[in-house]
Design a protein around this ligand. Structure first.
Ligand code: SF4
Ligand code: FES
Length: 258
């Protein structure tokens, strides 16, 4: 038996309550499975997002035991003893309600984004930042299409392209909590994915946005984004590379690693 303690709220995130649900935790059951169990057998009004159930689509990021995780990749068994992420706390991530870690799993929505209902947040702001950094590349002006990349060029930027846009980094970031203008870790990781690509031709515009007040200079290198990312993207590494470029250190084609 496992007890879920779920933060529930009505439309527009209002009327907040914490509701407990006891479920039979089958071996291998994930938090997402448990939410389905609640929805199917106890309360079909419970709202949450998912799609792939396989840590690919990025839809199910939420706060689980006060850490940011993908619900479909987090098994109930052993969660109480799981190695802590050691996220640095900030307002939205800190205690809202008491819970018994040994016997309960606390499930809350992703911080730093408006709650729509229960565990569903409005991702508009997150995707607006992603669109602003122009996550695409235009074909070369000579009309011959894309040029090739060397293996070294690929290695420098490919980990940033592993991002599944789950917003776990955005939800775990204390700067996103306090600065509504900040582009956030994922958008900046994608920004460097293109700035660090030798085929990009509009480098000046891209660097202009990334080095603006809402860009890399706003990062405080707390590294919550690195700890929370389920795909080992390490956005802070890209932000460090952007900062080095802005401050005249290194070449844009020289990667940085934490
Ligand atoms: S960088 Fe990691 S945590 Fe952030 S959106 Fe991409 S996959 Fe999710
Ligand atoms: S349901 Fe797709 S990442 Fe969890």
């Amino acid at each position: 038996m496992m007890r879920l303690k779920v933060r529930r709220s009505g439309p527009d995130g209002k009327s907040v309550t914490y509701v407990t649900y006891d479920i039979d935790a089958a071996p291998g059951m994930t938090v997402l499975d448990a939410l389905f169990e609640v929805q199917e057998s106890q309360d079909d009004s419970l709202g949450f997002r998912y799609s792939c159930r396989g840590a690919i689509c990025g839809s199910c990021a939420m706060t689980i035991n006060r850490e940011i995780r993908l619900a479909c990749r987090t098994q109930l068994a052993g969660l109480a003893q799981a190695k802590p992420m050691n996220l640095r706390g900030f307002g939205a991530l800190e205690a809202r309600v008491e819970w018994e870690r040994a016997s309960e799993v606390l499930v809350e929505p992703l911080p730093n984004l408006p709650v729509q209902k229960d565990l569903m947040v409005d991702l508009t702001k997150f995707f607006e930042a992603y669109r602003r950094i122009r996550p695409w590349m235009d074909a070369r002006e000579d009309g011959r299409g894309f040029s090739k990349m060397s293996p070294d060029d690929c290695a420098r930027v490919e980990k940033y392209a592993n991002c599944i846009l789950c917003a776990a980094c955005f939800g775990s970031c204390p700067v996103c909590d306090k600065d509504p203008e900040y582009l956030g870790p994922a958008a900046l990781a994608w920004s460097y994915r293109f700035i660090g690509d030798p085929r990009v031709k509009d480098l000046k515009d891209r660097l202009g946005l990334a080095s603006g007040r809402e860009g890399a200079p706003d990062c405080e290198f707390v590294y919550n984004c690195v700890k929370a990312c389920p795909k080992a993207v390490a956005p802070a590494s890209a932000i460090r590379a952007l900062r080095d470029l802005m401050e005249g250190r290194g070449s844009r084609l020289k990667g940085q690693d934490l």
